[in-house]
Design a protein around this ligand. Structure first.
Ligand code: ARG
Length: 587
């Protein structure tokens, strides 16, 4: 494995060196290098620096230029305007850089982050005995992408699916099952569809008895106590709900083409044994106080409508522990036992107040500090094409499975229309990869904190910023590479060749993959990677329009263009893989 320094980083380094030689008092000043339309790069930092140090910007810029001797890297550098630098990279440097990336397998020369730590990422957290909804889809898709991106930068990641498997509603469910034991088939005998329909049925039936029968209500309350104190029979019944739900969860995750590991499904219940101690620690340190019988944490800046402080409730007056207690215990577990340096939560933005309070309480306890930080990647709401929260025409929440099935169906229409030499089986397989990819990409290509419109027509469109567009770009390249086959020398880099503008633009963008990924991972911003990939496919399209590949002038040029095709395809493939999206070889 050999990592490759990006051209941006190399040019940046040269400029910074020349700058500090020309102006020692500037120290480690940043030349502020950007990609530019006029040349490959523009450096804007000299202007501000000269002004600050009361010098002449154009003179300083000229001094920097004369201090740079790197003909292999920099073809042209000139002062422009009031003191900008326009920099053009040498063609050979671009090709050589890409060749080094090509020699580095799947990593494509992308370096590992030297400061990598351990991130525990809390994502894909549905609730037991309940239908999953589009919000759970977002958490799963965003969380999975972030995790793979972080892994690729060298971060150690541990997944935690903090499923809702604890709380008072289980008293009702379990009591109903105790009284009607045949209502739930053993999990081993059902598939995902059956599991969720069984659970829905039991849920509705138990709710009906609960609402109508006061005595049942009393028995259900006692069940909660039995559950929290670990009564064996109660736990066995509870386990049946969890197992049945897992059958359902796994079926949805499989539809989402996403791997979920059993040992990482660690729900609220897993922290039950820690909760009393968590409460004790909070109370003893004075971070939490007793108020009207409950154990709560107050915050100066968090107030409700009537200006009364809104507390975080660690323990209710009746002694029960809730959502906050499990999250605070989970933080202790993740920090102390899993040695996390970062806690990342991918949870609906509507829970951000909860996390703000939980994180602040944990900071006061010292569980979080400068070395161990927590971050909620709160995501926005999924809206229908009409811009209102996503619902069926009848106003009900949309079943996630139906939604995914429909996406695959729509994708099948698109694939079928274009497919020339695909068998029916291949069409179905592609439809799955295109449809699920479309759903994921639509989610990932919008900044997560924004709401986004779930619009299947747009998602499976071949035009515009969609995954299908990227998948077609990839498949088209593969088809060219297949066609190139025996007649040519295949993809071979020729650094001695001059590059056409469209080749340079494409090459420089391929080079930026690692830098973009590092930024997107550090900012937890998959949409930056998505935007990069879209741009990559667009630059490839204009390269393909302007530069004949198999009909190029010389054999060397054919090989070099095939090489550009190949490295572009591999970069597209790696980027899409990190987003959890497949790139079929043929479409
Ligand atoms: N199960 C919760 C829900 O469906 C999300 C859990 C988020 N994670 C957490 N550690 N609280 O809303």
């Amino acid at each position: 494995m050999a990592s490759v320094t990006s051209l941006t980083a190399s040019v940046h380094q040269r400029l910074a060196d020349a700058l500090s030689a020309a102006l020692p008092e500037a120290g480690a000043a940043d030349p502020l290098l950007r990609r530019s339309d006029r040349a490959d790069f523009q450096a804007n930092g000299i202007l501000a620096l000269a002004k600050k140090l009361k010098g002449n910007p154009r003179e300083l810029a000229a001094q920097v230029v004369s201090g740079i001797t790197a003909p292999d890297l920099i073809k042209d550098i000139e002062v422009s305007g009031p003191g900008f630098l326009n920099i053009t990279v040498a063609d050979g440097a671009i090709t050589e850089n890409l060749a080094a990336r090509a020699a580095d397998g799947d990593r494509l020369g992308v370096p590992l982050n030297p400061d990598a730590g351990t991130t525990v990422i809390d994502y894909a957290q549905p609730n037991v005995a309940k239908e999953m909804h589009v919000g759970h889809l977002r958490s799963a898709v965003i969380g999975d992408a972030l995790r793979q991106m972080l892994d690729f930068t060298g971060e150690k990641t541990i997944g935690r699916h903090h499923i809702g498997d604890w709380g008072t509603q289980f008293g009702m469910l379990i009591q109903y099952l105790v009284e009607n034991p045949d209502q739930l088939a053993p999990a081993a005998d059902v598939d995902g569809e059956q599991a969720i329909s069984n659970l829905n049925r039991v849920y509705k039936a138990s709710r009906a008895v609960f609402d109508a029968d006061e005595e049942f209500k009393g028995r259900a309350r006692k069940r909660v106590v039995a559950l929290q104190s670990g009564d064996k029979e109660t736990l066995e019944m509870w386990q049946r709900f969890v197992d049945e739900s897992k059958v359902y969860f796994y079926s949805v995750f499989e539809k989402l083409d996403m791997e979920v590991r059993d040992e990482e499904i660690v729900g609220e219940s897993a922290y039950n044994d820690m909760m009393a101690e968590t409460a004790r620690l909070l109370e003893e340190s004075g971070v939490a106080v007793r108020s009207e019988g409950a154990l709560v944490v107050f915050f100066d800046d968090i107030k409700g409508k009537d200006d009364k402080p809104v507390p975080l409730i660690v323990q209710k007056a009746d002694g029960g522990f809730g959502y906050a207690a499990s999250d605070l215990s989970a933080i202790r577990d993740r920090v102390v036992d899993l040695h996390a340096t970062t806690l990342l939560y991918v949870v609906d933005v509507r829970q951000s107040l909860h996390f703000k309070m939980v994180f602040e309480a944990a900071r006061r306890m010292g569980w979080l500090n400068d070395e161990v930080t927590a971050h909620n990647m709160g995501y926005g709401t999924v809206l229908g094409a009409d811009g209102k929260p996503f619902k069926t025409r009848e106003g009900e929440t949309v079943r996630l499975e139906d939604l995914l099935d429909e996406a695959v169906q729509r994708a099948a229409e698109v694939v079928r229309e274009k497919a020339r030499d695909l068998t029916e089986e291949e069409i179905q397989e592609r439809a799955f990869q295109v449809g699920i990819g479309a759903v994921k990409y639509a989610d990932l290509s919008t900044s997560a904190n924004r709401d986004y419109k779930f619009d299947l027509d747009q998602m499976v469109s071949l035009h515009g910023d969609t995954s299908v567009y990227l998948q077609y770009a990839y498949a088209r390249i593969q088809s060219i590479l297949r066609k190139a086959g025996a007649e040519t020398g295949g993809p071979v880099a020729h650094p001695e060749l001059e590059l056409a503008p469209a080749e340079r633009a494409l090459g420089l963008h391929v080079d930026a993959f690692g830098d973009t990924l590092a930024e997107a991972a550090a900012e937890y911003a998959p949409h930056k990677l998505a935007a990069y990939l879209y741009q990559l496919a667009s630059l490839y399209t204009s390269f393909y329009d302007k530069c004949p590949v198999l009909k190029a002038d010389t054999p060397a040029q054919i090989e070099n263009r095939l090489f550009l095709c190949d490295i572009t395809a591999r970069t597209l493939h790696q980027g899409m893989t990190l987003l959890g999206i497949r790139t079929p070889e043929r479409l």
